[in-house]
Design a binder for this molecule. Structure first.
Ligand code: SME
Length: 165
């Protein structure tokens, strides 16, 4: 995966220590394993959630004019399993064709609320031949949780996932 070896920081959190690089290597292995798509996206969500500030992780697939939840991992299920393109931060990222970082969800009128404890969110589109085919959506219970390193790391994961989606 592009970028492996440069996301080197190791964080200590309540979920233990996590290395972005070790995680990237594990993700690359499973994404290239030839396993079924759904098994891969489920695994990617579960693995990403090991990062301490990633509270809820989902992968939405673009289905016509909607986004449909394909896989997720988190303490609770979201009621937003289908989101029209253009609605919410999720829909806005598909229209923008680029990542959107929201440091404070309560200050962004586009935000569609799922969980009361969410404070910040990042959405990274998965592009195939210049078109968004899916996206990674992550909620954090910390304000301003996502860094440019998260954006770059998730951009590489998205590029890797584009191989199989
Ligand atoms: N907050 C998202 C909706 C999806 S949930 O976070 C799982 C949005 O504003 O699009």
């Amino acid at each position: 995966m592009k970028g492996v070896g440069k996301f080197g920081e190791v964080m200590a959190g309540e979920k233990g220590k996590v290395s972005y690089d070790e995680l990237a290597a594990r993700l690359e292995k499973i994404i290239r394993s030839g396993s079924q798509r759904k098994a891969i996206t489920d695994f990617v969500c579960r693995e990403l959630r090991k990062i301490p500030h990633y509270t809820w992780v989902g992968i939405y697939a673009v289905d016509g004019t909607d986004l449909v939840l394909a896989s997720s991992s988190g303490p609770a299920a979201t009621q937003h399993t289908r989101i029209p393109v253009g609605e919410g931060i999720c829909g806005a990222a598909v229209v923008a064709r680029e990542a959107i970082l929201v440091p404070d969800v309560n200050a962004d009128p586009r935000y569609l609320q799922c969980f009361l404890n969410t404070r910040s969110e990042i959405v990274v589109p998965i592009m195939k031949d210049g078109t968004p085919v899916a996206e990674i959506d992550i909620d954090s219970d910390q304000l301003d949780a996502f860094t440019p390193n998260d954006q770059e790391f998730l951009g590489c994961v998205a590029e890797e996932l584009a191989r199989i989606l």
